[in-house]
Design a protein around this ligand. Structure first.
Ligand code: ASP
Length: 426
């Protein structure tokens, strides 16, 4: 059985066990105490911790190597501009799609506001100025200790570029980083071996704790968000991939591993090692591009999150009977696109930034309480889309830089001989 098949099987088994435990949970209390809150919780948390452990070293080291491989400042600027442009464009399309469909289907009209739901205490979302200032590190060690991705990216870009400028004296440093890169990739491969068990634990715990009953009044909202996510995946990404000659279905097939990881962990950041590996070994993207675009995308490109925010805004406005004007919709497009930058790539971060979007158009932030029940599952879905979006844009940027092996992308299976020796998940 291939690696991806094992992951998909773990997910399926996790769902079945989780739903079964959810149904018998109250009758057999030890099952939830010992399994759900004991074994599954510990195994899942350890697995996510191990994945997260790799993110900072992997991003730092591979980005320094990538910048070096890109060479001059102009190439870096060009790749940066294309990446930013495409990330913003796809996020704006995502939110416009979400708002248009939400306006059409009008989720939340006729929703009965019941007292029990309104328990959400909003956490304060950072201001836009803060988000922008926070991109620049004051202290690289602090940035790494706090896992501040954008700050790490800025530091790595400067460092890699400076190593290049330093000429002969910089060469040993570059060599050290490229050796380190190999070691870190091997570590990632070791951790990934735990994946089937980790994924099983995460999924079964989620399904065991999320009861079906939360869906009742929110079915319409849930289905709408899920449908827009799928539409965006199929049409927006499908279209941009087609324009560069990648078959969308092949792309999806190659993306099964990172997308199922994103689904299981609800964290684009924790999925970075898998995304990088897949882009390199299955889609034939050169690391010099992906080591820049993927960490950046995991941090600032969240199309799935923007879709949830668009639908949620219309849903909450409908429930509270507030009429949104055209200018409000424009405001939502703008704030949700910018909120993407400030949304941390961890579970449920999108809900915190939703507070910022709602605040901008004068909607009650407590409205978030209405949708929180189904957000856990939507978080899984939207994180998978977030990761697919990062990868689709990466392919387009790599293609324009001559750093994409189009044949590899469109191949059904990976030919091992055609890949480097860092291993891929087969
Ligand atoms: N969990 C999402 C991610 O990591 C962020 C969010 O929408 O909550 O990509």
């Amino acid at each position: 059985m291939s690696f991806t098949q094992r992951i998909l099987l773990s997910m399926l088994a996790g769902m079945i066990v989780g739903i079964a435990l959810n149904m018998v949970g109250s009758a057999i209390p030890w099952a939830s105490d010992f399994l759900v809150n004991g074994v599954f919780y510990v195994v899942g948390a350890v697995f996510v911790a191990m994945l997260k452990l790799m993110v900072v070293p992997l991003v730092l080291v591979s980005l320094v190597c990538g910048v070096n491989a890109m060479g001059d400042l102009r190439a870096i600027g060009r790749v940066g501009a294309k990446t930013f442009g495409l990330y913003f464009m796809t996020t704006a399309i995502a939110i416009i799609l979400a708002l248009t469909l939400a306006r059409f289907f009008s989720p939340g009209s006729g929703f009965e506001l019941t007292g029990g739901l309104a328990e959400y205490i909003p956490r304060e979302a950072p201001s836009l100025a803060e988000v922008l200032i926070n991109i620049f590190p004051e202290n690289p060690i602090q940035a790494m200790a706090d896992g501040q991705m954008l700050q790490i990216i800025v530091f790595a870009l400067l460092f890699g570029f400076a190593a290049n400028l330093a000429g002969e004296r910089g060469k040993p440093i570059v060599k050290l980083f490229s050796d380190l890169n190999e070691v870190i990739l091997k570590m990632v491969m070791m951790i990934i071996l735990l994946a089937p068990v980790g994924v099983f634990a995460l999924i079964s715990r989620t399904f065991a704790t999320e009861g079906i009953e939360v869906f009742g009044p929110l079915v319409g909202y849930f289905i709408l968000v899920a449908s827009v996510l799928i539409l965006h995946l199929v049409f927006t990404y499908g279209l941009i991939l087609k324009t560069i000659g990648i078959k969308p279905l092949r792309f999806l097939k190659h993306m099964r591993a990172p997308m199922s990881f994103a689904f299981s962990t609800s964290s684009s950041a924790a999925t970075i090692p898998i995304t990088l590996n897949t882009l390199k070994n299955r889609l034939g993207v050169k690391s010099s591009v992906s080591s820049f675009t993927v960490p950046l995308g995991a941090t600032i490109n969240m199309d799935g999150t923007a879709i949830m925010q668009g639908v949620a805004t219309v849903f909450i406005a409908n429930v509270y009977g507030i009429n949104l004007m055209f200018t409000d919709y424009l405001m939502v497009v703008l704030t949700a696109t910018l909120a993407s930058i400030g949304t941390a790539a961890v579970p449920s971060a999108g809900l915190i930034m939703l507070a910022m979007v709602l605040g901008q158009v004068g909607l009650p932030v407590e409205g978030i309480a209405l949708i929180i029940g189904v957000d856990r599952l939507l978080d899984m879905l939207r994180t998978a889309i977030n990761v697919a979006g990062d990868s689709a844009v990466t392919c387009v940027v790599a293609h324009s830089e001559g750093a994409l092996d189009l044949k590899a992308c469109n191949e059904m299976e990976v030919k091992k001989s055609a890949r480097d020796n860092s291993g891929s998940f087969e």
